[in-house]
Design a protein. Structure first.
Lengths: 516, 335
């Protein structure tokens, strides 16, 4: 039997459950999510912000979506096929209604994608999401329920990128204009906007005439709850307190240090999922002594990743031998490993003629300071003198962007997101010669050739082979110190059923049920 | 105090405001970090798109031209468009400002309500255990870090006891028409006592977190000022005349002792307005402070400039009002 005393002893959260039903239980069919920042806008075409997208995606649906296992599923599209290397055709589900009552047609699909990719199509501005659709040139209406997307050049990851784009109502945009779109959405998703209390909360209510979403992800049909609320609580500790007090049901970005507190609470639990962001230390490949492959390999051997993952990251990260997430398309599971071996690292450094006591600096931002310092300390065991230097993000990112500006820098602890879970979305920018995120300044003719060929290769097996080969070369050339893939950690109330976190960090509330 | 003196005193604030606007403009603009690069970080924007964005934001102009544009517009109340909201700055600020003012005033009222009785008590019982205990308590209060104290309050009163909500400004099932933006006022205007009570409960913990350190500071001011007044001749005379102790304290001593308190309280109100971003962050309070911090990190120049200028104007105004109040309370002092 649980007495009041043991409940109190077992943690403040349990105590909250025992002593204070006041805030927790008087709201049967409402799910609340605690988020760190308010949305910037409710216009699906006018932002590049993940938290913003999380809210918008509950109001709007896309042509395609992903299930919790990251498989690509039809949503507004009933079916699709690739006509040729540069053309995709989508057949739209009949009877889809927007919140305003308007029926969705192929015209809305064309309007949505034109607004995203055509220059100045957004009231004179160009959508900041244009780049997410690569070489999409035009969207053509074939008939009432069919559209074709025409690409300038083959781009096999189009289906993987479409879940990021939400369909808007053409007539609504014409009615409310560019300004109105910022705060008055008209989607066809499971929830409609009830109220946006800026800086405080977004309140959504169930859309009864929802067509049901992807039938491939059960249960289809209108949302299971009456209201969904995204509540802004910027401070981590306050967000956790709100979860433990029963004021919110789901919190994202739970710090690893709070996992035990949440698990001990009885009212909430911890849920984890592999994220999509690869962490690495970019080594300045153009600067001696890092031009020497032996030095780059020595740094990889020198680092005890396991120690950092277990002691600092509370075992909430998966170590990587290369660039790709194990969940991604074309992940190469057979990469060679730079085993932790300080003696080997010392020998390689000596071979390369790097004297003991050589000073090196790892640049990073304040949020990663602890990790950078741990990495520096572990690398210093080789006799090098490595230290971490913390910069403000606004200064650091540009500093590493071009070869001239980073000429004097050594190493850069950073990360790259790969929401599409496809090598094209991470290897091309970070490892192709001149890529916009190629902070290491890595350049390898064979890798460039493979990445370019894979970019336009239509056969998925051939594409995967090319990417696996490119991953092997990259790992062997060690342009980075390969680190890990952090898990996304969520605190979830035990009254929430039928929800789990997914790798793309979407918080989809359509199918959430409340237990009890 | 004549009206012309008042106007003259007001005009003296203009150079101060101009100086501040120069400093604000230069500091944020010269801080390393390019808003365009931040906005396009991780995106696939081409250099042409970046250039287009730079033009859209008016950042292609040379520094001095940008300053003149800023100044010219600022005089007419136009502070430009917030980079990441893509809406007029003034609109974004006005949306958040009432929440901040409401919290600040609540904290200041609370601080005065706590500080005056305690300060008077400490002065009257000078050098007793009460005086020393209050002095220790106020030292503790002044040293309290807001983020730590706020979270402790949340853990005790929200999580464990369930008496107050963890954060936010109102419950979600509560809708009150926005008239002034001040929830306590709007709920009363709407005649909704339940909503008023709910708003008050949301306000309680943030106001305590923000108000207590101020209370501690003010209590020390009240104590020393009161202690000084209590030894003055007119108080001794009043007591010698046989006027009751309470009457001497409240009517004769306190009125005079409050003069420095008014000054400190006015200036502190200015600091609270500008300095409550930590409390706003801890309690998820949708105020201006949080917005400004986010804007600094994103190099959202127009918003930071407008907000800092607003803080400066408020501070200068409060100082001015304190001076005016000072002369009203103490006829010996002239502007």
């Amino acid at each position: 039997m649980i007495t009041r005393r043991t409940a109190l002893l077992s943690g403040i959260g349990a105590a909250a459950a025992a002593a204070s039903p006041a805030f927790g239980q008087a709201r049967p069919r409402e799910v609340r999510v605690g988020v760190a920042t308010d949305v910037l806008t409710l216009d699906p075409a006018n932002h590049r912000n993940r938290d913003t997208q999380n809210v918008i995606r509950n109001i709007h649906d896309g042509l395609l979506t992903r299930d919790a296992d990251m498989a690509i599923r039809n949503e507004i599209a009933e079916s699709w096929r690739q006509v040729d290397a540069r053309t995709y055709e989508f057949r739209i589900r009949p009877g889809i209604r927007f919140h305003s009552g308007d029926m969705l047609s192929a015209e809305d699909i064309k309007f949505t994608f034109d607004r995203l990719v055509k220059p100045n199509a957004m009231g004179g501005q160009t959508s900041p999401r244009q780049g997410l659709l690569g070489p999409l040139e035009d969207t053509v209406v074939v008939d009432e329920r069919t559209v074709r997307m025409v690409l300038r050049e083959p781009w096999p990851i189009l289906p993987a990128m479409l879940p990021f784009q939400e369909v808007v109502n053409r007539r609504h945009v014409e009615r409310v204009g560019q300004e109105g779109m910022q705060s008055r959405p008209d989607g066809c998703g499971p929830f409609r906007l009830a109220e946006w209390r800026r800086g405080e909360a977004i309140i959504l209510e169930r859309f009864a005439e929802y067509y049901g979403g992807s039938p491939e992800i059960p249960p289809a049909g209108p949302a299971q709850v009456d209201r969904a609320i995204f509540r802004v609580i910027p401070e981590n500790s306050s967000r956790i307190a709100a979860l433990l007090a029963g004021e919110v049901d789901i919190v994202s970005e739970l710090p690893a240090s709070a996992m035990r507190q949440v698990e001990a609470s009885r009212t909430a639990q911890v849920m984890r999922v592999n994220g999509t962001r690869t962490f690495f230390v970019a080594i300045n490949n153009a600067k001696p002594p890092f031009t020497d492959l032996r030095v780059r390999r020595a740094l990889n051997h020198a680092l005890d990743k396991g120690a950092i993952i277990s002691r600092i990251l509370n075992n909430t990260a998966t170590p990587l031998r290369g660039v790709m997430s194990p969940d991604a398309f074309a992940f190469n599971p057979d990469l060679p490993e730079y085993a932790h071996d300080v003696a080997r690292a010392r020998a390689l450094l000596a071979e390369a003629g790097v004297p003991e006591g050589t000073e090196m600096v790892i640049d990073t931002v304040a949020a990663l300071r602890e990790l950078a310092e741990a990495i520096a300390a572990l690398l210093s065991r080789t006799g090098l003198r490595v230290r971490a230097q913390v910069w403000e993000g606004a200064v650091l990112t540009p500093m590493w962007q071009t070869p001239e500006r980073r000429r004097e820098r050594d190493m850069f602890l950073t990360s790259w997101g790969n929401g599409a879970l496809d090598p094209s979305d991470i290897m091309v920018p970070t490892l192709r010669t001149g890529g916009r995120g190629n902070t290491a300044g890595f350049s390898n003719a064979e890798v460039d050739r493979l990445l370019d060929a894979a970019e336009t290769e239509v056969n998925p097996d051939t594409r995967a082979r090319m990417y696996r080969e490119a991953q092997r070369i990259v790992t062997e050339q060690a342009p980075w110190i390969f680190l890990w893939l952090p898990q996304d950690i969520y605190g979830v109330s035990r009254r929430i059923a039928n929800w789990r976190p997914q790798a793309d960090s979407r918080i989809n509330l359509h199918r959430v049920r409340l237990a009890g | 105090m004549t009206a012309s003196r008042l106007v003259e005193r007001l005009l003296q604030t203009l150079p101060v405001l101009f100086g501040i606007s120069v400093i604000v403009f230069l500091m944020i603009t010269l801080t390393p970090g390019d808003p365009v690069e931040i906005m396009l970080a991780d995106s696939r924007a081409t250099p042409e798109q970046a250039e287009q964005l730079r033009r859209d934001l008016g950042l292609h102009l040379p520094l001095h031209e940008r300053f003149l544009v800023f100044l010219g517009n600022a005089v007419t109340g136009d502070f430009g468009v917030s980079f990441f909201h893509r809406r007029p700055v003034i609109e974004v600020i006005l949306e958040r400002l009432p929440a901040t003012i409401e919290l600040t005033l609540a904290a200041m009222l609370l601080a005065l309500a706590v500080a005056i009785p305690l300060g008077v008590a400490a002065a009257v019982k000078r050098d007793t255990w009460l005086d020393r205990a209050l002095s220790a308590a106020s030292l503790f209060g002044v040293s309290l870090p807001g983020f730590w104290f706020g979270i402790l309050l949340i853990l005790l009163f929200s999580v464990t006891l369930g008496l107050f909500p963890v954060g936010g400004r109102t419950p979600f099932d509560l809708e009150v028409a926005r008239v002034s933006g001040f929830l306590l006022v709007d709920t009363l205007l709407a005649g909704r006592l339940d909503a008023f009570a709910a708003a008050l409960r949301h306000l309680a913990l943030p106001a305590v977190t923000l108000g207590l350190p101020t209370a501690a500071l003010l209590a020390r001011v009240v104590r020393s000022s009161m202690a000084e007044v209590l030894t003055s001749d007119y108080v001794l005379f009043a007591e010698a005349k046989g006027i009751s102790r309470a009457r001497v304290l409240l009517r004769h001593a306190l009125k005079n002792a409050l003069i420095p308190v008014v000054t400190v309280a006015a200036i502190e109100t200015g600091s609270l307005l500008g300095g409550n971003m930590i409390v706003e962050t801890v309690f998820g309070w949708p105020g201006l402070g949080r917005l400004v911090v986010e804007s600094i990190f994103a190099r959202n120049y127009p918003l930071v400039q407008a907000a800092v200028l607003l803080y400066a104007v408020t501070y200068v105004t409060l100082n001015f009002l304190a001076d005016v109040a000072y002369t009203a309370l103490n006829p010996k002092v002239r502007l």
